[in-house]
Design a binder for this molecule. Structure first.
Ligand code: SAM
Length: 218
């Protein structure tokens, strides 16, 4: 069984990531190692390495492997970085980041998801991760500034606190758009100001919070 998952994982890396142009060998190797199926409920595990997002409860999703790879590669991690992640969800993307950077600070607004993610990450031995239950649109001021920031939910704008908490030279990846469809933006802080580029269209669940969207049932 373990070998079946490993085979499916290596096939995912070749057919979904390498084939679509993901090149960073560290990202490919991390995604070849992290057991994605363990971040997903047992009934859906046989679909863990498929080319799609999957439900993780609370009306939230674990992102498609290619989107995880694309966002992670664009962060240009070398190993020494302190990274802020907004939207822990299942904890899978957090684990990929933990393989590639020094310290990961991850924020999730839904306590049930944060607790489950903490448990899985600890059981897999990740010691360089802290998960906080909070509105991530305000960032994690006490631990700032960050070399890289990854937002894994769709936002109406780049939340100003996140921009403030990004180091000069730092990179932020964030889907910006409406509640259902967005454009993945790469925001780089340079001495001359803030640069933005658009990577691809994408579909993320909404970023809910003070600098995000209002909760639908609020
Ligand atoms: N990266 C995750 C994974 O690997 O499973 C998937 C993240 S899911 C697409 C987006 C997550 O963002 C959801 O778990 C949602 O609850 C969370 N979220 C939405 N708004 C948030 C906010 N203001 N602060 C923190 N988390 C938020």
């Amino acid at each position: 069984m373990a070998n079946d998952y490993e085979r499916a994982r290596l096939k995912m890396v070749d057919e979904q990531l390498v084939a679509r142009g993901i090149k960073d060998p560290r990202v490919l190797s991390a995604m070849g190692r992290v057991p994605r199926h363990l971040f997903i409920e047992e009934a859906l595990r046989d679909r863990a390495y498929g080319d799609h997002a999957l439900p993780i409860g609370e009306r939230q999703t674990i992102s498609q492997p290619y989107m995880v790879a694309l966002m992670t590669e664009a962060l240009e991690l070398k190993g020494s970085e302190r990274v802020l992640e907004i939207g822990t969800g299942s904890g899978y993307q957090t684990a990929v980041l933990a393989e590639l950077a020094a310290r990961i600070y991850s924020i999730e607004r839904i306590a049930g998801l944060a607790d489950k993610a903490r448990w899985v990450l600890a059981s897999l031995g990740y010691r360089n991760v802290a998960v906080k239950i909070f509105d991530g649109t305000y960032g994690w001021k006490d631990q700032s500034p960050f070399d890289a920031i990854l937002v894994t939910a769709g936002s109406p704008e780049v939340p100003p606190p996140l921009l403030e908490q990004l180091k000069e030279g730092g990179r932020m990846l964030i889907p910006v758009g409406d509640r259902t469809t967005q454009v993945l933006k790469k925001v780089t802080k340079t001495p001359a100001g803030v640069e933005q580029s658009s990577l691809t269209g994408c579909v993320f669940v909404p970023l809910i919070g003070g600098h995000g969207w209002v909760a639908e049932n609020a």
